[in-house]
Design a protein around this ligand. Structure first.
Ligand code: FPP
Length: 246
């Protein structure tokens, strides 16, 4: 079996956790059961990311489009987030994990906002894995909000339009201070980005896995990393085989 090259472990892996519903319906179970098992897969994946030396792990937990689902399912997903934070926050903190939340807080129930804020606040000085939860997140909204804030700063005379470059723009995104993901994984066979990290994934490698999210874990993560390590990342330059920079 091929083994991972420690020097080529990506610093940041982002995951679109897809297929909870299909996993459940294939087993004649309610969709909720797929989401519940999805949380278990998430726990395994956080653990594996820590062990493999990944520094940032971002997961797409609830997209701004997920509000279109039936109210009962939205409520189930909110309930799972509440339970996840209540049950796991102390342990994640004890493991030195720093939690960051990206997305829009507006429109969320006040107790959810309070739990998300508490998670970030409690763990802000931790130095281990940074676990980024994309919750009520949509990349177009994130980019539009950044553009508006920049326009307001220009209008107020605080920012010279000539100073607007990629670095400045990125500092107005929710992910300020977080390096771009080198690898984006999507489970369940779908091959699209679905409004996830559109700016940040400009140069990411994509690995699409066939299995559904509730079955994901260390083994699937290692497999995705092996695919990633076999790729030649050129960032628009030349292949490392002919003198480019890896
Ligand atoms: C995709 O499966 C998954 C989601 C929409 C939500 C991901 C949520 C979890 C893993 C559990 C929640 C965890 C936290 C911490 C909130 P799908 O329902 O789109 O599956 P389908 O495409 O097969 O229907």
């Amino acid at each position: 079996m091929t083994s991972l090259i420690p020097d080529l472990i990506p610093k940041h892996v982002a995951i679109i956790m897809d297929g909870n519903g299909r996993w459940a319906s294939q087993r004649g179970l309610p969709r909720f059961e797929g989401h519940r098992r999805g949380v278990e897969a998430l726990r395994r994946t956080i653990r594996a990311a820590e062990e493999l030396g990944i520094r940032y792990l971002t997961v797409y937990s609830f997209s701004s489009e997920n509000w279109k689902r039936p109210a009962a399912e939205v409520s189930d997903l909110m309930g799972l987030l509440r339970r996840f934070i209540r049950n796991d926050l102390a342990e994640l903190h004890a493991r030195n994990i720093r939690i960051r939340v990206i997305g829009v807080k507006e429109g969320l129930a006040p107790d959810i906002v309070a739990l998300l804020d508490e998670s970030e606040h409690l763990t802000q000085s931790n130095t281990g894995l940074t676990f980024v939860v994309a919750f009520n997140y949509g990349a177009r909204r994130e980019i539009t909000d950044a553009a508006r804030l920049i326009a307001e700063a220009v209008k107020a005379g605080q920012l010279d339009p000539q100073a607007i470059d990629e670095k400045l723009f990125a500092s107005y995104l929710n992910t300020d201070g977080i390096p771009d993901p080198e690898l984006v994984i999507r489970t369940s066979g779908e091959q699209r980005l679905s409004n996830f990290l559109l700016w940040q994934a400009s140069y990411s490698e994509f690995v699409f896995t066939a299995g559904h999210w509730p079955d994901f874990g260390r083994e699937s993560l290692v497999e995705a990393l092996l695919h990633y390590q076999s790729r030649d990342r050129r960032f628009g330059g030349l292949s490392s085989a002919i003198g480019g920079v890896r």
